[in-house]
Design a protein around this ligand. Structure first.
Ligand code: FUB
Length: 743
């Protein structure tokens, strides 16, 4: 907390020094001069915002991403992790702008260290009787449970006395409150950063300030009467202090934030102190809660970015040890606005602690279907850099820039939530480029390959400028673009993602997100289906799309359609009663698409105009989720192409008796042709949209027993679909039949 002494002008240092001395003087002096304390004999219920707000998934560091949070004390209560941080805010007018500013506390909880719920404000400065109004000094807290009650310990500036800090306690029946503050601070605890250790000897010990420790009474609100006392010299004054100074003979320069815990048969006293210029986290071990402690080394070195403070806690959750600490990630130029981060922590066999490195990735597992801040990567090749997306918005986060042939890896993404997925990614590039999302390593299986075109088209030499073209193909160099991408391969379970820049220039990435496609189809069941209440036939056995390039839908004249629908693409085209999963070999002659379809207007087809196409295609028995059967979505899922294709669909209708004078009513995008029991009954030609009952056949008879309805739908550059039903003489839907094609 005294880091402001660094990086200051001489006069500022003098002022700061005076404040430093006065801070400590007042802290110690508080006990001596507290006779004037005004005791407010009133229990005050704090305002508790009972609204619990789930935050955005925050599997990366920092874990709280919508407000500042510092000095994290994590505790495990009822199999959940509760986080009690201090709450840094931007200082209001009239407060020192370059100093800590905290008016209240929030509590957060999580069961997976990824999804955090903000339970709202639990204690606020102006509702604690003993706290000086508007002192903005609600510094590092702690919370422990004893006999079903939750004791929240917090330091602040007392209203009475001469300044400095005291430590109060607020009590609740539940970890998230409501907490009721005691009217007075704990007598004899003068300082900051309380931490309560409930030792296996049955006692509770409170640690605070620069490592002082005293036993608490079982009521958890007062110091025990049998605590040792020692005389401390301050300048030429002498003061009697309660408890023992556990860090007295250890590395302890500007030590604060003690956090004590018991594990492996040892008591650990962990604490921030200044090794050189800014704080590190160190630790000492002892066989007794009050020491003597032996210094063992570092838990975490100085923050690489120079943030002066660090403050931490350590928990074991579901068998894994975790270190909670803070950085100033969301406020890089102001280290009094900090944010909580988490890393895994490991012990050596002799009980010593392995040093922890701060990472951007943190410990949480991301669901593939949530926005993943991929710039908080786990590992990266040389040359990958990060920068803030918007330096004017505090919580906007970073993006990463990957050099050509570089990569970055983001670990622990859970794909179990993705059934039928596609990907969105936010990217920026200075030129056309290509990149991949791969699994596990830079050479891993390709999940998606993206060709990113950002450069406007070069004008064709000699051709007059075409203003229409330039309107549609903008220059997108150096602009953030959200790319929607189909997946070549969908991973399962928890895995690692790697972005490889396979282009010639730099590529910037901000976030990636996987989405489940809406379910357009379900596999047909074994039981027969019926038409829906409006008579629409939703069960079809559909063949994967036949490749049929077309320059557009305007060519779909009656003549064209009759010629092309009556060609044979596969054997049994008009007789097959396909089963789900059955394969057909399609072999046919195909004219090459004329200019204008997927080609530049200037390009002409060269070489042979007709080629032989061979495709192996599968039939799928499906129930459409909608009255209209979305062939485009079917093609996306099962086809090689979605545009310029020809679909075949078959459905088998079973009637208990003849149903006479019905008409087949069809809407389709684009043109389509329909056959009932082998007879052509309807042709929808031209460039059409799907409209209910767009075309209606002559009168037909659905005969008793089995009837086969067959359709062929052709698609140019549009999103193909169709809807089919039978109408009776009065135009009412016919629904009294079964649909037999099944799984
Ligand atoms: O948050 C204010 C102070 O900064 C804490 O009490 C110290 O531990 C340091 O993190």
């Amino acid at each position: 907390m005294l880091h402001r002494l660094c990086c200051m002008s001489h006069s500022t240092i003098l002022r700061a020094r005076t404040m430093y001395i006065s801070f400590f003087f007042h802290t110690f002096a508080y006990d001596i001069f507290n006779n004037n304390l005004q005791i407010i004999n009133m229990k005050q219920t704090l305002t508790v915002l009972m609204l619990a707000v789930p935050l955005l998934a925050t599997a990366q560091n920092p874990v709280i991403r919508d407000q500042f949070s510092a000095d994290p004390t994590a505790r495990v209560f009822n199999n959940k992790v509760y986080l009690y941080p201090s709450h840094d805010i931007m200082p209001p007018a009239g407060q020192r702008q370059d100093w800590f500013c905290m008016e209240d506390y929030h509590v957060f909880s999580s069961e997976n260290l990824t999804d955090w719920t903000d339970h709202g404000m639990i204690v606020t400065q102006n509702k604690v009787p003993w706290v000086r109004k508007d002192s903005y000094s609600m510094w590092a807290p702690d919370c422990v449970e004893r006999n079903g009650k939750y004791y929240f310990y917090f330091p602040s500036a007392p209203a009475a006395g001469r300044g400095g800090f005291a430590v109060g306690v607020a009590i609740a029946d539940r970890p998230e409150g409501p907490f009721i503050p005691e009217p007075e601070p704990i007598k004899g605890v003068n300082g900051i950063d309380p931490c309560v250790l409930q030792a296996s000897d049955g006692n509770a010990y409170i640690f605070w300030g620069n490592g002082r420790c005293a036993k608490l009474k079982p009521n958890m609100k007062e110091l025990a009467d049998d605590n040792p006392k020692e005389t401390v010299k301050w300048g030429n004054r002498e003061m009697e202090m309660i408890g023992v100074s556990c860090l007295k003979d250890l590395p302890n320069r500007q030590a604060e934030g003690p956090f004590a815990f018991e594990a492996n048969g040892w008591y650990y006293l962990t604490y921030p102190y200044v090794r050189e210029n800014t704080e590190v986290l160190g630790y000492a071990m002892s066989k007794n809660p009050m020491g003597p402690y032996e210094y063992k080394g570092l838990i975490m070195a100085e923050h690489p970015n120079g943030c002066w403070t660090n403050h931490h806690s350590i928990i074991n959750y579901k068998g894994q040890w975790y270190l909670f600490y803070h950085t100033n990630f969301f406020s890089p130029s102001d280290d009094k606005r900090r944010s909580v981060c988490i890393e895994k922590l490991y012990f050596n066999a002799d009980g010593t602690i392995q040093e922890v490195k701060e990472t951007m990735r943190g410990v949480g597992i991301n669901k593939a279907t949530e926005k993943i801040e991929i710039d908080r990567y786990s590992a990266a090749s040389q040359g990958v850099t990060t920068a803030h997306v918007d330096t004017t918005i505090a919580f906007s986060g970073d993006y990463a820039t990957i050099p050509s042939k570089g990569w970055l890896q983001y670990n622990d993404v859970d794909f179990s939530c993705l059934a039928d997925g596609y990907m969105q990614i936010s990217v920026k590039a200075s030129d056309d480029t290509e990149f991949c999302i791969r699994e596990k390593s830079a050479k891993g299986k390709v999940i998606a390959r993206i060709k990113l075109a950002v450069r406007p088209p070069e004008p064709t030499p000699g051709a007059a400028a075409n203003p229409m073209m330039s309107r549609f193909r903008r220059d997108q160099r150096n602009q953030w673009l959200t790319q929607t991408v189909t997946l070549d391969y969908q991973p399962s379970g928890v895995t690692d993602l790697v972005i490889t820049n396979e282009g010639a220039g730099e590529l910037s990435v901000d976030w990636v997100l996987f989405k489940n496609r809406p379910k357009y189809f379900k596999p047909a069941t074994a039981a027969p289906a019926t038409p829906d209440s409006e008579g629409f036939i939703r069960r079809w056995t559909l063949l994967e799309p036949i490749d049929k390039p077309n320059s557009g839908n305007t060519v779909f004249t009656d003549t064209y359609l009759r010629e092309h629908f009556n060609r044979e693409y596969f054997k049994g085209q008009q007789t097959i009663l396909p089963k789900d999963g059955q394969k057909v070999k399609a072999v046919f002659q195909q004219e090459q698409a004329p200019a204008g379809f997927g080609r530049g207007a200037q390009q002409q087809v060269e070489g042979p105009q007709v080629k032989t196409v061979k495709q192996t295609l599968t039939w799928h028995a499906l129930d459409s989720e909608n009255f209209n059967v979305k062939l485009f979505r079917f093609a996306e899922k099962y086809g090689e192409k979605v545009y310029g294709v020809l679909f075949w669909g078959v459905t088998i209708i079973d009637c208990d008796e003849d149903i006479e004078n019905v008409r087949l009513a069809v809407g389709s995008n684009s043109a389509s042709m329909w056959w009932l029991n082998g007879e052509e009954v309807l042709l929808l030609s031209g460039d059409r949209r799907m409209v209910k009952d767009d075309a209606v056949s002559h009168r037909l008879t659905l005969k008793k027993g089995r009837n086969v309805l067959r359709g062929a739908i052709i698609n140019g550059p549009g999103m193909s679909d169709f809807c089919v039903r039978f109408l009776d003489e009065k135009g009412n839907p016919v629904t009294n039949y079964k649909i037999l094609n099944s799984k």
